[in-house]
Design a protein around this ligand. Structure first.
Ligand SMILES: [Zn+2]
Length: 541
């Protein structure tokens, strides 16, 4: 907001003020904390209120700060103190971006905690004792140790310096989401944290007991970013980790106490599988890295939870594909469910790709079966699904779909004559669930043809557990390329008819197989011809 104070300053007075502020801030931009050079940046410096006038910030030098003007224009909150913290968070995210993940509590702790320590405790029936010698506090603290009446888990409450806090990336594999910005604002205006973070500690293991936070990551991170040095935590002592992991997963899934999206649930199921495999090895006296047992062995061994075991195994497969480092389609998936940036919803991926191509019968072959020859059925399945997704990503989405244009009200904009670029429109339309559902079924048939032509029996229920004949990959690429050339995807007159409103799978089945809608509107010139579509087009392939 404009400043009466600044407007009244003469050029000389303004320059004096600028120098004062610059010195007060140690020569750094108030928002990004990088250097401001009064000479080099002289045409791109802003003076602004730290606390905006709308929030009763005073219009005087005590409330001014100097920033790069781009930082001030791009600021994510009108209160510069909040904007500065969000900028710091974005910076941390950027610094680990190369690892292809977003920041979690562990990254925030690394940036802010100045040290990272184990937490040695001694317990008796009703109390827990510890010191904080690593930070020079040698007093012995005694706190009550409680027992949870139903689970029998023991726990205590403590307010701990953040150097003693660690992130549990296994039990809480989520990254910190953008809603942390709201929490930063909330805590910044001095509202308290309402739910205490949850952690656990194992004092019996390898001699380096750590407090690991598995719930309350966002609140903890927001407060640390705001400068909090100690956090209240409820700490379970030597809990049964399976039970804790299961409880936390159920809280996020069945009970919906935590807003886990589906792909995170899959990730947790996959962590539970890893735990069950470890338990199986211990029970059977197998080596720690042994894979000489099968999916079915696991299911038989954990009789009491055989349905869950199957789910954990399928979660592991889905998760391995979704997060596969080579998966190019994953950048076009909307994981949250309600976003409008990416064309494919995660739920569409599950109902189409995963439901058509993941064999849901548990295998009787060992986890390491023919792994060295590259013929392990699950590994082949995962790799080949990723391959297939990559062909689709390359042909339809990469460099074509523009997240900045997104998916919001596209048909509406088309019907109003807005200039949505053709490749974007094609990608957007082809990614609709009822449409993907149909063309992906034809892709399955193209795969079937390839197997049959090579004389290999086709397994309808597990189509990709055997290596696809090599020419099949060309066929698939030709097919996707031919599909994407259908004029219907760029027909702007159909924005309100064929593409207007929600259609079901059968509607598009009819279009692909008869060339027209169920009520006779011509959409394609003719029905799809799979044989023609797998042929190379001149000048391609
Ligand atoms: Zn700056």
């Amino acid at each position: 907001m404009a400043s009466l104070y600044l407007n009244r300053l003469s050029a000389d007075d303004r320059s004096t003020l600028l120098h004062e502020l610059h010195e007060r801030q140690g020569g750094h931009c108030f928002i990004c904390a990088k250097t401001i050079d009064l000479q080099l940046h002289k045409n791109s410096i802003d003076i602004d209120h730290v606390i905006p006038i709308t929030l009763n910030g005073p219009d005087n030098p005590g409330n001014f700060a100097v920033t790069h003007d781009s930082c001030n224009r791009g600021k994510q909150d009108s209160d510069l103190r909040v904007a500065r913290i969000i900028a710091r968070f974005d910076e941390i995210n950027k610094s680990i971006g190369a690892e292809n993940r977003a920041a979690n509590l562990g990254d925030i702790l690394k940036a802010y905690a100045h040290g990272s320590f184990d937490f040695a405790i001694s317990t008796d029936a009703t109390s827990v004792r510890f010191t904080l010698s690593e930070i020079g506090k040698n007093d012995i603290v005694t706190l009550p140790l409680y027992t949870d009446a139903l689970s029998g888990f023991r726990f205590f409450f403590a307010q701990l310096p953040i150097q003693y806090i660690h992130h549990d990336g296994k039990m809480n594999p989520r990254a910190i989401g953008p809603n942390i910005k709201k929490l930063i604002k909330e805590f910044h205006i001095k509202r308290p944290q309402l739910h205490v973070a949850l952690g656990w500690i194992n004092t019996q293991g390898d001699g380096s007991p750590k407090i690991r936070i598995f719930d309350g990551q966002h609140k903890a991170a927001a407060q640390i970013l705001l400068g909090t040095k100690e956090l209240p935590v409820r700490i379970f002592v030597n809990p049964d980790l399976d039970t804790l992991l299961t409880a936390n997963t159920v809280a996020g899934t069945t009970l919906r106490q935590v807003a886990f999206d589906k792909s995170v649930q899959r990730n947790l199921g996959s962590a539970l599988l890893a735990d069950r495999m470890q338990r199986y090895r211990t029970d059977r006296n197998l080596a720690e890295d042994s894979e000489a047992f099968s999916e079915q062995d696991l299911q038989r061994h954990f009789k009491g939870e055989s349905r869950e075991m199957k789910k954990y195994i399928l979660d592991w497969i889905r998760s391995s594909i979704t997060h596969h480092k080579d998966n190019k389609l994953r950048d076009f998936i909307e994981y949250g469910g309600r976003g409008s940036e990416f064309p494919l919803s995660y739920s569409t991926i599950e109902k189409t790709f995963y439901s058509f191509f993941i064999g849901s019968d548990l295998l009787s072959t060992r986890f390491n079966h023919r792994a060295e020859e590259g013929l392990n059925p699950r590994q082949l399945e995962i790799d080949q699904i990723v391959n297939l997704m990559n062909i689709i990503a390359e042909e339809i989405f990469v460099g074509k779909f523009e997240p900045a244009i997104g998916t919001s009200r596209i048909e509406n904009k088309v019907s109003k004559g807005e200039d949505i670029p053709e490749p974007h429109l094609i990608a957007y339309r082809m990614a609709k669930e009822e449409i993907v559902y149909n063309w992906l079924r034809y892709i399955k048939q193209v795969i079937q043809m390839a197997f049959v032509n090579a004389g290999v029996p086709f397994d309808e229920n597990a189509p990709l557990q055997k290596p696809l004949p090599t020419n099949a990959w060309n066929n698939l690429r030709n097919f996707v390329a031919a599909l994407k050339r259908l004029p219907v995807w760029v027909n702007r007159d159909m924005a309100t008819s064929v593409f207007g409103g929600k259609r079901n799978n059968d509607f598009w089945k009819e279009i692909f197989e008869e060339g027209q809608t169920p009520d006779g509107q011509k959409v394609l010139g003719q029905r799809l011809d799979l044989i023609k579509m797998i042929q190379p087009v001149d000048g391609q392939n």
